[in-house]
Design a protein around this ligand. Structure first.
Ligand code: AP5
Ligand code: MG
Length: 374
C-alpha cells in the first residue's frame, strides 16, 4: 500500500518491510556475537505494545538460550510524546541478578528508556543493554547508551510494524510516515473565460474536496447589491465588461484567507485575472510559506461563451449578461488581460486544462479525475 488512512490522518510508505527485516538481521547478528557461549540465560525484555512485532522477529533470530519478559509502558497520546511514562503492567517475571536486553520499537526523546533503566536498577538487574529497531537522533537528548540500533530515522511521526497512532496501525508490515502534503492547505485556481462553467463546477468541487469557494465576481456583486462605496466604484466597470482595479480584488481575497477556517483549502474562481494579480497571489501565499497548488482551466470556444451567457441572462438577470455587446467586451478583456496567465502558470508547471465542452457532468468528471491526483 502506498498510502494508509487512520482516523483523521494520511500516512505514506516510508520503510518497506524488506528494509526492516534486513535491519533486524544485522541487529540480531550483533547480539548473537555478544552472547556467544554465554552460560547464563539473558532476559529479552519486550516493551509492550510497540515492540511486540520487533521482539518476535528478533527472538526468532537469536541463537542462545534466552527468556522473554514483558513490561507495558505508555508515553504517547496522539502523535506527540507526552513526556510522562506510565507503567501499565510491571515486569512479568523477576529480573533480579539477570542480564537484560531491552527491546524497544523506537527511541525518540529517550524518556521511556531513562525511566525503564531506573526501574531495572530498582529491580536489581545485573546488566542492561538497550536494543531499538528505530532511533530518532534529532529528538534524543539523554545519556543512556543505545547498544543496538536497527535504523536511524528523521524526526517524523510514524506508524506500522508495531507502532501506532491512537492504538491503530500496528499491524502494517511496512512503516508509514505522516503525509504532510495532506495537511497542507490547498489553493486551487479555477480558470477560464466568462461562462466557461467556473461557478457551476465550483459547487461540485468544494463539496468533494472540502474547499471554500471564493468568487470575486460574486463578492463584487454583493458589494453592488449592498450599495457600498466599493460596490458603487465596481458597478460601472463590471457593467461595461471591464475589470475592477487589482488592489480591490486582492484585498477581498486576503480578507477571505484570514477569516475562513476549518477547510482543507480555497477554490479561487475568477481570481487571479491579470498577471499582476497572479503575482500578488504568489506573494500573499509566500508570506505564510504556502503556494498555489494547481490551476484548473476550463476551456470553451468564444461562440459557446455567448450562447451560454445569453441563456443565463434570462435566468439570473446579471447586469453584465444583459446584451451581446457587454458579453463581447468581457471576452475581449479575457483575451487581452487574463489569457496571458496561462503562460505564467505553465512556467511553474501548475497549469492544467480540461475541455469545457460537454454536459455539466462530463466536465465535472474531467475535473475530478484531474484534481484527485493532487
Ligand atoms: P465573474 O462573476 O467572475 O464572471 P466571469 O468570469 O465572466 O464568469 P461567469 O461567472 O460569467 O461564468 P462562469 O465561468 O462562472 O460560468 P457559470 O458556471 O456561471 O466576474 C464578473 C465581473 O466582475 C468581471 O467581468 C469583472 O468586471 C469583475 N471581476 C471579477 N473578478 C475580478 C478580478 N479578479 N479582477 C478584476 N475584476 C474582476 O456558467 C455559465 C452558464 O453556463 C450558466 O448558465 C451555466 O448553467 C451554464 N453551463 C455551465 N456549464 C455548462 C455545460 N457544461 N453545458 C451547458 N451549460 C453550462
Ligand atoms: Mg461565475
Amino acid at each position: 500500500m502506498e498510502k494508509v488512512r487512520l482516523f483523521d490522518k494520511t500516512f505514506k510508505q516510508f520503510i518497506p518491510n524488506a528494509r526492516i527485516e534486513q535491519a533486524i538481521d544485522e541487529v540480531a547478528a550483533r547480539i548473537n556475537r555478544d552472547n556467544e557461549g554465554c552460560t547464563d540465560i539473558p532476559v529479552i525484555l519486550c516493551v509492550l505494545n510497540g515492540s511486540m512485532m520487533f521482539t518476535s522477529a528478533l527472538m526468532k533470530r537469536l541463537k542462545f538460550t534466552c527468556e522473554l519478559v514483558s513490561i507495558k509502558l505508555a508515553s504517547y497520546a496522539g502523535t506527540s510524546s507526552t513526556g510522562e511514562v506510565k507503567e501499565m503492567m510491571g515486569f512479568t517475571s523477576d529480573i533480579t541478578g539477570r542480564r537484560v536486553i531491552v527491546v524497544e520499537d523506537i527511541v525518540d526523546t529517550g524518556n521511556t528508556i531513562v525511566s525503564l533503566v531506573q526501574k531495572l536498577k530498582d529491580h536489581h538487574a545485573r546488566e542492561v543493554k538497550i536494543c531499538t529497531l528505530l532511533f530518532k537522533p534529532e529528538s534524543y537528548d539523554k545519556d543512556v547508551k543505545l547498544d543496538y540500533v536497527g535504523l536511524s530515522i528523521p524526526n517524523a511521526f510514524i506508524v506500522g510494524y508495531g507502532l501506532d497512532y491512537n492504538e491503530v496501525g500496528r499491524n502494517f508490515e511496512d512503516i508509514y510516515v505522516l503525509d504532510t502534503e495532506d495537511t497542507k492547505m490547498k489553493y486551487y485556481v479555477l480558470f477560464g473565460p466568462p461562462g466557461a462553467g467556473k461557478g457551476t463546477q465550483a459547487t461540485a468541487m468544494v463539496e468533494r474536496y472540502n474547499l471554500h469557494h471564493i468568487s470575486t465576481g460574486n463578492l463584487l456583486r454583493k458589494e453592488i447589491a449592498a450599495g457600498t462605496e466599493l460596490g458603487l466604484k465596481a458597478k460601472a466597470l463590471i457593467e461595461d465588461g471591464r475589470l475592477v482595479p487589482d488592489e480591490v480584488v486582492e484585498g477581498m481575497i486576503e480578507s477571505e484567507f484570514k477569516t475562513v477556517k476549518g477547510v482543507k483549502g480555497f477554490l479561487l474562481d475568477g481570481f487571479p485575472r491579470t498577471i499582476a494579480q497572479a503575482e500578488a497571489l504568489d506573494a500573499m501565499l509566500a508570506r505564510s510559506g504556502e503556494e498555489v497548488t494547481s490551476v484548473v482551466s476550463i476551456m470553451i470556444p468564444d461562440q459557446m461563451i455567448i450562447d451560454r451567457i445569453s441563456h443565463r441572462a434570462a435566468i439570473e438577470g446579471r447586469a453584465d449578461d444583459a446584451n451581446v455587446e457587454i458579453i463581447k467586451n468581457r471576452i475581449e478583456t479575457y483575451h487581452a488581460q487574463t489569457e496571458p496567465e496561462i503562460a505564467y502558470y505553465q512556467k511553474s508547471g501548475k497549469y492544467n486544462e480540461v475541455d469545457g465542452v460537454g454536459t455539466i457532468e462530463q466536465v465535472r468528471d474531467r475535473i475530478f479525475a484531474l484534481v484527485d491526483q493532487f
